[in-house]
Each structure stands twice: as structure tokens, then as C-alpha cells.
Design a protein around this ligand. Structure first.
Ligand code: COA
Length: 128
């Protein structure tokens, strides 16, 4: 059975799961510094193995949903929904004025939780 905890993954398993899920590789020292600063984090384990995760980062005025990933061997079993339900419970505990954003590779997932493409502004990224 899968176990969900509202905890931050370890640095190596976080970096490895991002890569396994097809997300970009992260600098490990930067991840070690960043993960403890998460506002909210979710880890889903199959035994000791991290199989799904998600985080909310920011300062409470502006927050971003990040690092939503499920290992390919475990996709299609509802794990991202479990992760997002924990993430959204945290998000809805914040003041209504908090700006909540994300960059969606999978808009079909985030649309289920109320996210929509804004009409008045465009999300932008700096590519380096
Ligand atoms: C995207 C991802 C997180 C989905 O995780 P998952 O555990 O396989 O998804 P789930 O099984 O929880 O499915 C969630 C919902 O999406 C639906 N869904 C799954 N795949 C879908 C698809 N390709 N198109 C539309 N809906 C889909 C499911 O039916 C389910 O709906 P329900 O909860 O209303 O029944 C996972 O595939 C992944 O890690 N992908 C690579 C990394 C990535 O793209 N992360 C997001 C970065 S923004």
C-alpha cells in the first residue's frame, strides 16, 4: 500500500524522481538548500521508495505549486490526485488574497483543481 506523508523528500530521491518522471535535472546542493524552505511538501512511498511528490513554495503572499511528479512505474493509479488533494488543502488554508500559480505541463491535471490560464496576464520564464 502507498503511504502519503506531508514531508519533504530527501535530496537524492527528490532529484532522482524529477529525472525519472521526465522533469529537468536540478542542482543537488541547490535542492538541499531549497527543500527545507518548502511551505508544504508531499511524499508518497511504496515501502521506502519515493514514488510521487509535490511541493508548494513561496512566501504566503505568492505561492507556486511545483515538483508534481509520479514515477512512470506508478502513473495512472491516482497518485497525482492524492498529492494534489494535499497540496490544495494547504493552498485553501491560505488567505484568499494569496496568488497561487504554477507552470503546467499537464493542464488536464491542474484544471481538475480549479487552475485556469489567466486572461489578463501571461506566465513567463527566463531560459538560461
Ligand atoms: C502528470 C502526472 C503527475 C500524473 O500522475 P498520475 O498519478 O499518473 O495521474 P493520476 O492517475 O492521479 O490521474 C489524475 C487524473 O488525471 C486523469 N488523467 C490521467 N492521465 C490523463 C491524460 N493523459 N489526459 C487526461 N486526463 C488524464 C486521470 O483519469 C485522473 O482523473 P480523476 O482523478 O478525475 O479520476 C504524472 O504522469 C507525471 O509525473 N508525469 C511526468 C511529470 C510531469 O509532467 N509533472 C507535471 C509537471 S507540471
Amino acid at each position: 500500500m502507498f503511504e502519503l506523508t506531508e514531508t519533504v523528500p530527501d535530496v537524492d530521491e527528490f532529484c532522482d524522481l524529477r529525472i525519472a518522471a521526465g522533469l529537468s535535472a536540478m542542482d543537488r546542493p541547490a535542492a538541499a538548500a531549497a527543500l527545507p524552505r518548502s511551505l508544504h511538501a508531499v511524499s508518497v512511498r511504496d515501502g521506502d521508495r519515493l514514488v510521487a511528490m509535490g511541493r508548494v513554495v513561496g512566501d504566503g503572499l505568492h505561492v507556486q505549486v511545483t515538483d508534481i511528479a509520479v514515477h512512470p512505474e506508478f502513473q495512472g493509479r491516482g497518485l497525482s490526485r492524492l498529492v494534489m488533494e494535499s497540496v490544495m488543502a494547504y493552498v485553501h488554508s491560505l488567505p484568499a488574497s494569496t496568488i497561487v500559480s504554477l507552470f503546467a505541463d499537464v493542464d488536464w491535471l491542474y484544471g481538475k483543481f480549479g487552475f485556469a490560464v489567466p486572461r489578463a496576464s501571461t506566465g513567463m520564464m527566463l531560459r538560461r
